[in-house]
Design a protein around this ligand. Structure first.
Ligand code: ZN
Ligand code: ZN
Length: 275
């Protein structure tokens, strides 16, 4: 199982990267070794502004097996409208999909995802995306399975309904590995639970200590708080993401290193992180 960040910019796209989106891939060999259908599996965690372009460098969008949406801020879901157009109007619609998956693409998200995405695209009353998207609502802690991957949503601490996800799947080295992705959240017991013993914690760290402490709590982690979550949870590796353009990544890294002794980096778009 591997993680490929497609976009890592916090809150809106930056000059060098789209907003949040992360591709999780399992190879056919890994899937077969774990007793699942021997084909490549592709699951997308969030699809923020601009990320649909980057996605196409890594996977044919019709090959996606599921999309997991943490919450409905545009930097996490805006490009679902573009993905919808691709699925709906691609001239070879269906011919490729038929051999790979049957029916519409499952899109997991908060309870109002279907209405939100329909409005963002401009569907009229009575129109639906049901031929292309199969919208399903997260239920806190209720696991879903996508081939060899198990995804468990954890409701976290953000101004709108938001879920971090714990993704467990086969390792190339054998056995299972766990990726925990925070979505957007401030520190809370739920995010520590989410990250418990994770092999890789992909954590947002949009705020900086001192600079953003004047803003109310319950919005974002700082590097300092992300490091504390990783320490409290016993996570084996920490990858910071969702840094807005006005952050110096070195500051966020320094904060995280003050509270977490394990390996920590800032996520690089297009890089492949093997788990
Ligand atoms: Zn965000
Ligand atoms: Zn948000």
């Amino acid at each position: 199982m591997r993680l490929v960040p497609l976009g890592v910019s916090g809150s809106f796209p930056g000059p060098a990267t789209p907003a949040s989106s992360y591709l999780v891939q399992v190879t056919a060999a890994e899937a077969a070794a774990a007793g699942h259908e021997a084909r490549d599996w592709n699951v997308l965690l969030d699809l923020g502004n601009g990320a649909f372009g980057a996605l196409q460098r890594h996977v044919e969008p019709r090959m996606l097996d599921a999309v997991s949406i943490s919450h409905l801020h545009p930097d996490h879901c805006a490009d679902l409208a573009g993905l919808y157009v691709y699925l709906r109007y691609h001239p070879e619609h269906g011919s490729l999909r038929a051999g790979r998956r049957n029916g519409p693409l499952p899109v997991y998200g908060p309870s109002t995802t279907e209405r939100h995405v329909a409005l963002s695209y401009g569907l009229s009353d009575g129109e639906s995306m049901e031929n292309d998207f199969d919208f399903r609502s997260w239920a806190d802690h209720e696991q879903i399975e996508v081939g060899p991957l198990t995804i468990e949503p954890h409701r976290v601490f953000h101004p709108v309904e938001t879920y971090g996800v714990r993704v467990t799947g086969p390792s190339a080295a054998g056995g299972t590995v766990t990726l925990a992705y925070t979505g957007d959240t401030d520190a809370c017991t739920s995010v520590v639970d989410l990250a418990r013993d994770a092999d890789l914690l992909l954590s947002e760290a949009a705020f900086l200590e001192g600079r953003d402490d004047v803003v109310e709590r319950g919005i974002h982690l700082t590097g300092h708080r992300a490091g504390q979550v990783a320490t409290d949870a016993g996570a084996r590796r920490l990858l910071l993401t969702h840094l807005p353009v006005w952050n110096d990544p070195a500051d966020s890294l320094a904060e995280a290193r003050a509270t977490y002794a394990g390996p920590v980096d800032v996520a690089v778009p297009g890089e492949i992180y093997e788990l």
